[in-house]
Design a protein around this ligand. Structure first.
Ligand code: GUN
Length: 284
């Protein structure tokens, strides 16, 4: 039976710390950190994510600047907006919600966001700094994974860390961050042979695949730490992660639930990143 890694509680703590800093800024009459969030089109899931980010900003006391653009917005128009936000000294973080409509090159858009305002950490400069081990802003989901491990005093150094999934948003940066903390890191993907053999070697397993029930209890080691980044719907339409919770819970020492695990941490780390960006801009 595992200890549940309570992402909701840790996220509340992280946001509470950010709020304390903002409260102090307000008391001192200083400029308030601001996050600009751009949504292009009407993807319903994206609309929910953007609404939640606005709610988080309000909760910690940030200024939230929403830009909702129609689906037919051109790439040039979107880039012009990013340029305007880049040049605006009162804006600390810029986030363009993905996916963008098909006629827009997401890579070109993400590369336009100034690295010092890149709170998603998707810019090649941000990714390069992470690769080099000298990041300033951190990718929110992997940062949330590390933070939750830290909160439960789960040591990473020397541990066998297995990351399942190699996306630019989660898998690859998570591997980098675990490596930076002296984990022995293996990255698995769709071509990995005998996946269960590799996942069974994990002291810390991070799954970011996006498929319900991809990992089950037979695929993990007794006492493993299971961090489930997946956010899927199962056959009954219920929200679930990549890992079969019941069978993994029995064998793991620690496990993140879905919902209430990594999801809230991602949102909280976006607030922390915006605070970090503010510190860069205000030379704190
Ligand atoms: N769409 C789904 N997840 C994310 C995220 O973390 N950042 C952005 N910008 N878009 C997303």
């Amino acid at each position: 039976m595992a200890i549940i890694l309570d992402g909701k509680a840790v996220a509340a703590k992280v946001k509470g710390e950010v709020k304390e800093r903002v409260d102090l800024l307000k008391k001192e009459g200083k400029r308030i950190p601001a996050l600009a969030v751009i949504l292009v089109g009407e993807d319903p899931a994206s609309a929910v994510y953007v609404r939640n980010k606005k709610k988080d900003c309000e909760e910690v006391g940030f200024l939230s600047i929403g830009h909702t653009l129609p689906a037919q917005t051109t790439q040039e128009e979107l880039i012009a907006l990013i340029d305007k936000l880049n040049a605006d000294d009162t804006v600390d973080g810029i986030l363009c919600q993905l996916p963008v409509p098909k006629h827009i090159d997401a890579g070109a858009v993400l590369e336009r966001i100034a690295p010092d305002k890149d709170v998603d950490c998707f810019h090649p400069v941000s990714a390069g700094k992470l690769f080099r081990g000298t990041p300033s802003l951190l990718p929110c989901t992997p940062a949330g994974v590390i933070r939750i491990l830290d909160e439960y005093s789960i040591d990473i150094a020397g541990k066998n860390c297995v990351v399942v999934g190699r996306s630019n948003i989660v898998g690859k940066p998570a591997a980098m961050m675990l490596l930076d903390r002296n984990g022995t890191v293996t990255v698995c993907h769709s071509k990995t042979k005998d996946l269960a053999k590799v996942t069974k070697s994990a002291d810390i397993l991070v799954s970011a695949v996006g498929r319900a029930d991809f990992i089950n209890g037979d695929m993990i080691k007794e006492g493993a730490v299971v961090v489930d980044v997946g956010m899927n719907r199962n056959a009954e339409g219920k929200l679930c992660g990549d890992c079969d919770y019941a069978s993994c819970y029995e064998k793991a020492s620690y496990i993140t639930p879905v919902p209430g695990g990594v999801g809230p941490m991602t949102r909280a780390m976006l607030m922390e990143n915006t605070m970090t960006a503010y510190g860069i801009h205000e030379k704190l």
